[in-house]
Design a binder for this molecule. Structure first.
Ligand SMILES: [Cu+2]
Length: 174
């Protein structure tokens, strides 16, 4: 009984393996058609994906912002290669935080170097003076690890590192 059971099992395995081999080898000629069909459907799928992705981007933009699409806060890092990103866009009323990761002095200040008058017309010697009571300047007025400034007016504002003025950047306020 055991021997006939083993024989039966072996026969079944042979049938399965043989059937599998036949099944695997059989579609060899129909495969190109299948591949062509799947390519066509893949292209169709890609087209529908493309038409679908813009709406996905739109919904991302809508959910990511309320008015202009620019964020209310952003971070710029200062490294050995300078400010990154070199141009940052922020919404009016938003705050940009500059972080020194270079290990060398960072003094963020509005152009032009060395007067720093471009942002609001006041010079560094005026708006960095002790006891200055005017509008808060876009000027760190000294080197530091981190500097945050809230941009309350729309425009494009160039800045530099006053401690190493060859390193520059730009804040776009929308
Ligand atoms: Cu300067």
């Amino acid at each position: 009984m055991q021997t006939s059971t083993w024989v039966g099992a072996i026969v079944i395995v042979i049938i399965i393996v043989g059937g599998a081999w036949w099944f695997m080898s059989q579609p060899t000629s129909p495969t190109p058609e299948t591949a062509t069909q799947s390519n066509t459907s893949a292209t169709t799928g890609g087209t529908s994906d493309n038409s679908g992705s813009p709406s996905g981007n739109v919904s991302t933009n809508v959910s990511g912002s309320v008015t202009t699409g620019a964020p209310m806060s952003a971070t710029v890092t200062y490294s050995a290669s300078g400010f990154s990103p070199a141009t940052i866009t922020i919404a009016k009323g938003g705050t940009v935080t500059f972080v020194d990761q270079a290990g060398t002095p960072m003094w963020v200040a509005s152009d032009e170097h060395p007067s720093h008058t471009e942002f609001d017309g006041t010079s560094r010697t005026t708006h960095c003076a002790t006891g200055y009571t005017g509008t808060k300047p876009f000027d760190q007025c000294g080197a530091g690890q981190s500097y945050s400034f809230m941009f309350s007016k729309v425009g494009t504002f160039d800045y530099h590192n006053h401690s190493a003025a060859q390193y520059t950047g730009k804040v776009v306020v929308q």
